[in-house]
Design a protein around this ligand. Structure first.
Ligand code: ADP
Length: 485
């Protein structure tokens, strides 16, 4: 039997660092937060049982700095490390370094991460166990071969980076004439972003849905799937709204996708929480995209419909325990939908918006969960992902979940930075979205900044703005007076 985790270092910041600590503390595990200069007063540091200052601000100096993080674990006597998502969560070198330092890494083995982290090797495994793939090349291609393969696949097609993520190194090609130039560009983009210029080709699926399966397996050979999440509402290939279950998905498709996902992770020897992503076409043909070897941002929608705490499962599996439920015991109840609240300006191409949160009030509503990483008075730093919080609403059916989410967002008051709140409310109110007819081009097709009304300030916002004006006037007056003395 493996020893129980006593003290957990969370190698992350923001809402996920808070969310992981909440479960750990409930389980009687002490928590250690790490933080950068900009995060001195952040909630994830305040709520921790112990804290360790990394210094610096840039990710490379702080949350991506492996030696510093290992030093933090050593100095605080932590026995386990949870990577959250983003930062080092999918970095096999980090998982390996944590292990070699004699600590427990709350995640898959570095070997499984390596196999599934690369899209080309992941697809090879998928092919071996008959998981459907988008027609394309079985391996990375060079310029000469690309033309032959492209003719076989047909246009339009996509060039993708083998090491890809976040939509980088991905290019749509409409015709033979554009292929060579697009290959060169995709390669250099991939090299700059991932240090690896290998690319492959894939048929372009018209307006697909993005549906992913949450999987979980323990160290004793048990593996289950916890249904799907629909994540088709994206801007710049980044998800904004996620829900479960996927609207209108046939029961047989759901089951076939879950079983395909399990075949894949079993074949890769994968343990712990993971997500198998698929795109689904209008006829409900599904094709494997990639595996995320970590907890996803959108995991709370799965928690809301299944009643499972996925972080608790991660910690229990890391201690060598068996999965608490079998496939038959995992039930799905009602509908859940999540909105990500970003400090971004939807009126200006979703540019990050930084500044001080002069007013920051979270809604409190029945059936609504908020996973938050900020508080009033805090500066939203430039250095990291601009997500402030996630709002997750549950309802007995899809429409009531949408209504609750909208109500919660209407009561989420932020002054100081631009946010995506009214953009999300625009999507929620859209008849096509309400009918559940979504695809990955929804935003492109239906959203234009002019469609957001320039609503007047709420009384709370007006009050906060007045306080700010008073404060500026007061400090100016104060320094003016001091100057006179
Ligand atoms: P990344 O890892 O860079 O995020 P993915 O392979 O996960 O790239 O794809 C991201 C998104 O790009 C998908 O959610 C989907 O919207 C779109 N996409 C990917 N592959 C295809 C394809 N073959 N046809 C059409 N759209 C695709």
């Amino acid at each position: 039997m493996m020893p129980k985790i006593q003290k957990l270092l969370v190698a992350n910041r923001g809402e996920i660092a808070c969310r992981v600590q909440r479960t750990a503390q409930r389980m009687g595990i002490r928590t250690v937060a790490i933080y950068s200069e900009a995060d001195r007063y952040a909630p994830h540091v305040e709520m921790a049982d112990e804290r360790y200052f990394l210094g610096g601000n840039l990710p490379a100096e702080s949350y991506l700095n492996i030696p510093k993080i290992l030093e933090a674990a050593r100095a605080t006597g932590a026995d386990a490390v949870h990577p959250g998502y983003g930062f080092l969560s999918e970095n096999p070198a980090f998982a390996r370094a944590v292990r070699e330092a004699g600590l427990c890494f709350v995640g898959p083995t570095p070997e499984a991460m390596e196999k599934l982290g690369n899209k080309v090797t992941a697809k090879q495994i998928a092919r071996e166990v008959a998981v459907p793939l988008v027609p394309g090349t079985a391996h990375a291609v060079r310029e000469g071969e690309a033309l032959v393969e492209a003719k076989r696949i047909g246009f339009p097609l996509l060039i993708k980076a083998a090491a890809g993520g976040g939509g980088k190194g991905m290019r749509k090609v409409f015709s033979e004439a554009d292929l060579q130039e697009a290959m060169a560009r995709a390669r250099s983009e991939a090299l700059a972003a991932f240090g690896d210029d290998s690319v492959f080709l894939e048929r372009y699926i018209d307006k697909p849905r993005h549906i992913e399966i949450q999987v979980f397996s323990d160290l004793h050979g048990n593996a289950v799937y916890l249904y799907e999440r629909e994540c088709s509402i994206q801007r710049r290939h980044q998800k904004v709204i996620e829900e479960a279950p996927a609207p209108h998905l046939k029961e047989e498709t759901r089951k076939a996708m879950g079983e395909a996902a399990l075949r894949l992770i079993r074949a890769a020897g994968y343990t712990q929480a993971g997500t198998v992503e698929f795109i689904v076409d209008a006829e409900e043909n599904f094709y494997f995209l990639e595996v995320n070897t970590r907890l996803q941002v959108e995991h709370p929608v799965t928690e809301a419909i299944t009643g499972v705490d996925l972080v608790e499962w991660q910690l229990r599996v890391a201690q060598g325990e068996r999965l608490p439920l079998s496939q038959e015991e995992i039930s799905c109840r009602g509908h859940a939908i999540e909105a990500r609240v970003y400090a971004e300006d939807p009126r200006a191409g979703f540019l990050p918006s930084t500044g001080v949160l002069y007013s920051y009030e979270l809604p409190r509503l029945e059936g609504v969960r908020i996973d938050n990483g900020y508080e009033e008075g805090q500066l939203v730093p430039l250095f990291y992902d601009p997500m402030l919080a996630k709002v997750i609403a549950w309802g007995p059916d899809r429409i009531s979940a949408i209504q609750r989410l909208d109500q919660a967002l209407a009561n989420f008051a932020v002054v100081g930075v631009q946010t995506t709140i009214d953009f999300v409310r625009f999507v929620l109110a859209h008849p096509v979205f309400q009918a559940g007819l979504t695809h990955t081009h929804f935003v492109e097709e239906h959203f234009r900044p002019e469609l957001l009304d320039n609503r007047p300030l709420s009384p709370e916002e007006r009050e906060a703005l007045q306080a700010l004006i008073d404060w500026i006037a007061h400090s100016w007056y104060g320094s003016w007076q001091n100057g006179r003395e």
